[in-house]
Design a protein around this ligand. Structure first.
Ligand SMILES: Cc1cc2nc3c(=O)[nH]c(=O)nc-3n(C[C@H](O)[C@H](O)[C@H](O)COP(=O)(O)O)c2cc1C
Ligand code: SF4
Ligand code: SF4
Length: 249
C-alpha cells in the first residue's frame, strides 16, 4: 500500500509509478483512515512533498494518528518529493513513525519541479519538462531499491535536524494563509474551495476567502482556471502555474 499527499501532482505521480513498479495500490491521504492493516508481504510507503524542509501539516496530522497493526516484518518506506533541498524531512518522518512505534526501513527523495512559485520560476515549459524527465532517474532508482526491500537513508541534500526549529517556525507563519490575494479575473467558480485539502477556503459573495490556517500546498493557486489566486510578493504571476502533466490533480 502506498499512501500519498500531493498538492500539485508530483507526489501523486511518484506514488503511482511506485505502485506500478511494486504491484501495490496508491491511495490519497485525503479522507483516509489512519488505521492500517497490511496484507501478507505487503509494503507500506508514504509519498509526500517537502514544505520548508519538513513534512506538510496534513501529513503530520495523519502520522499523529497512524497505526499499522502488523507493521513488524513488513517493509516500511518514505519518499519525499522536493524541488531543491529536502532538508530535515527524512529525519522528521523517521521520528514521527518512531513515535507511533514504527521503524522506517527505507527513505528516498525525488527531485522534481519546485511548485513554491513565490520563489521558483516554472513559466518555461521546456525547462519544466526537462525537470520532470530528470525525475524519472530518481523514481527508477527508488523503485529498484524498494522492490529489493533495501534498508537505508538514501535521500540526498539532508540537513541537520536542529535546523527544523527555524524552518518549522517559518512554515507555521506562512501557513496562516494571510498572503493570498485574488485578482479581478476570478469568475467565482468555487473550484479553489472545492479542491482545498484543508477546507480553508470559503466562498463569500462569489469570491474565495481564506478562513483558517492551511497546509500551504498551493493547489488553489496552481489549479485556478483563471490563474486569479496569487501569493505574497506578486512573483507568482510571472512564475506561472504548475501541475504535474502525468496525473489528474
Ligand atoms: C509551501 C511549500 C514549501 C516548499 N518547500 C520546499 C523545500 O523546503 N524544499 C524543496 O526542495 N522544495 C520545497 N517545495 C517544493 C515541493 O516540495 C515540490 O515541488 C513537490 O514536488 C511538490 O509536490 P506535489 O506536486 O505533490 O504537491 C515547497 C513547496 C511548497 C508549496
Ligand atoms: S478557482 Fe479561481 S476563478 Fe474559481 S473561484 Fe477560485 S479564484 Fe475564482
Ligand atoms: S488554501 Fe490553497 S494552499 Fe492552502 S491548503 Fe488549501 S489549496 Fe492548499
Amino acid at each position: 500500500m502506498i499512501v500519498y499527499f500531493s498538492g500539485t501532482g508530483n507526489s501523486k505521480y511518484v506514488a503511482e509509478r511506485l505502485a506500478a513498479a511494486t504491484n501495490e495500490t496508491a491511495v490519497s491521504i485525503e479522507g483516509l483512515s489512519a488505521d492500517i492493516t497490511l496484507n501478507d508481504g505487503e509494503r507500506f510507503g508514504l509519498v509526500v512533498p517537502t514544505y520548508f524542509w519538513e513534512l506538510p501539516a496534513i501529513v503530520r496530522e495523519f502520522l499523529d494518528k497512524l497505526t499499522i497493526k502488523n507493521a513488524v516484518g513488513h517493509y516500511i518506506y518514505f519518499v519525499a518529493t522536493y524541488g531543491t533541498t529536502s532538508g530535515c524531512i527524512g529525519e522528521d518522518a523517521k521520528r514521527m513513525f518512531k513515535s507511533r512505534g514504527i521503524e522506517l526501513n527505507g527513505l528516498f527523495g525525488v527531485k522534481m519541479p519546485d511548485n513554491w512559485t513565490p520563489v521558483f520560476d516554472l513559466s518555461d515549459p521546456e525547462k519544466v519538462a526537462g525537470q520532470n524527465a530528470a525525475a524519472e532517474n530518481y523514481i527508477n532508482k527508488a523503485a529498484e531499491l524498494i522492490l529489493k526491500c533495501e534498508n537505508g537513508h538514501f535521500m540526498a541534500n539532508k540537513a541537520p535536524f536542529f535546523i527544523s526549529k527555524l524552518t518549522g517556525a517559518l512554515y507555521e507563519k506562512e501557513r496562516r494563509a494571510r498572503k493570498f490575494y485574488v485578482e479581478d479575473s476570478c469568475i467565482g467558480c468555487g473550484l479553489c474551495a472545492e479542491k482545498c485539502p484543508s477546507q480553508a477556503i470559503e466562498m463569500k459573495e462569489k469570491k474565495p476567502v481564506w478562513t483558517k490556517e492551511c497546509t500551504l500546498c498551493l493547489r488553489c493557486l496552481h489549479c485556478c482556471p483563471k490563474f486569479a489566486i496569487q501569493y505574497g510578493n506578486g512573483k507568482t504571476k510571472q512564475h506561472g502555474q504548475y501541475t504535474n502533466p502525468n496525473v489528474k490533480v
